[in-house]
Each structure stands twice: as C-alpha cells, then as structure tokens.
Design a protein around this ligand. Structure first.
Ligand SMILES: CC(C)(COP(=O)(O)OP(=O)(O)OC[C@H]1O[C@@H](n2cnc3c(N)ncnc32)[C@H](O)[C@@H]1OP(=O)(O)O)[C@@H](O)C(=O)NCCC(=O)NCCS
Length: 175
C-alpha cells in the first residue's frame, strides 16, 4: 500500500470543482453494467453537480475523497437514508490509482464517520465483479436482486456498525 501518496478528506463545497470531473470520468468509464445512455442520464439528470452541491449543503450527501496532488483519485459518495441506515451510492478509484488501498481507506472513513453520527448499519449495492472485494472489506453478502435499479442485477451487502439505539435512529442525522 502506498497510502502516503494520497490525502484523504470529507468533501466540502470547495472540493466540488475537483470532484466533478473525476466523478464524470469514472461514471462514464467504470460502470459498464449501465448503458452509455443511462450513464449520461446519471450525470445530467440523477446526479448533476447542482444536486450534489445542494446535498452537501443540506448534509444529505457525504463525499469521502482521496487526492493525488490536486486531483481526485478516488471517491465514495454516500447518503443517509433513515432509521439509522446509511448507503453508499458510488465508489470508484481511477484506473491508474487502483490497487493502492484507496477504496479500503475511503470505506474505513465512511464507517468511522457513520458510527460517530449514530448510524448502526450501512448498506450497499454492487455489481458481481465486486463480490469478493466487499467480502474482503468485512461486509455481509445478502444476495442477488435481479433486474434492479436501471435494469442491472444488484448484489446487496450490509455491515452492522454498532447496536441500534432509539436515541440515535430517531434523531435527525446530518452528514
Ligand atoms: C472496486 C474498486 C473501488 C477497488 O478500489 P481499489 O482502491 O483498487 O481497492 P483497494 O486497493 O482498497 O483493494 C483492497 C483489496 O481488494 C482487492 N480488490 C480490489 N478490487 C477487487 C475486486 N473487484 N474483486 C476482488 N478483490 C478486489 C485488492 O486486490 C486488495 O487486495 P489486498 O488487500 O489483498 O491487496 C476499484 O477497482 C474501482 O473503482 N472499480 C470500478 C468501479 C467499481 O466497480 N466500483 C464499485 C462499485 S459499488
């Protein structure tokens, strides 16, 4: 692992100018389970920059970033759902930066933060190419959900972070 080559941080609005080009490039190139048209719609309609900016301001979205110099080398995009449960929407590491422990470090940041904020559990859906990756990260595999979001087969994982407590899951969690 060459983690010292990278700087890790939770994004603020100021990071969006560097995050956005990396997000767009990775969505376009690293998620072949979705058609080109669908990936274009993700960027233009589902997750446009303005939507992400508003989400960061309202603290509905948390982005964990790995920087290599001034570029975003990897990102983890998460949201708080409700009832003490957080979700990972997007995780990607640029091809040239893969295999250096970036995704592992981003997932650790998220778990630590989610626990601190009072979440007891995190969920994620992935493609079958990543089954072993998430198992290695200590997530529990639930199973395959066929023809799921945007028609792709989804593979559901979860991790319990701490015992559920009413005080936590009834409070308004802001990311
Ligand atoms: C999956 C992905 C995020 C991993 O990022 P990364 O920074 O290269 O991962 P890490 O370096 O932290 O890898 C940790 C370990 O998992 C292994 N690993 C990485 N990707 C793997 C995969 N798809 N399947 C199995 N093992 C994998 C690594 O070899 C490493 O093993 P080690 O600890 O024995 O050395 C990256 O390959 C990626 O962006 N892929 C394309 C987009 C994608 O599929 N994102 C996830 C969608 S939910």
């Amino acid at each position: 692992m060459q983690k010292n080559k990278y700087t890790f941080k939770k994004a603020t609005i100021k990071d969006l100018n560097t995050f956005w080009p990396a997000f767009a490039k990775n969505i376009k190139t690293q998620f072949p389970e979705y058609s080109i048209k669908t990936r274009k719609a993700f960027l233009e309609k589902e997750y446009p920059l303005q939507y992400i900016e508003e989400g960061l301001k309202d603290k509905r979205i948390a982005l964990y970033l790995a920087y290599s110099k001034n570029e975003v080398a990897g990102f983890l995009y998460t949201t708080y759902i409700c009832g003490g449960i957080g979700m990972a929407n997007w995780l990607a590491v640029a091809k040239e930066h893969q295999g250096h422990g970036i995704a592992t470090a981003l997932l650790k940041m998220w778990q630590k933060d989610a626990k601190r904020l009072g979440m007891h559990k995190i969920h994620l859906w992935t493609d079958k190419r990543n089954l072993d990756f998430y198992k290695k990260q200590g997530f529990t595999y639930v199973g395959k959900i066929p023809k799921s979001y945007y028609g792709a087969d989804d593979y559901l994982f979860y991790k319990i972070l701490q015992p559920p407590k009413e005080n936590n899951f009834l409070k308004r969690i802001k990311l």
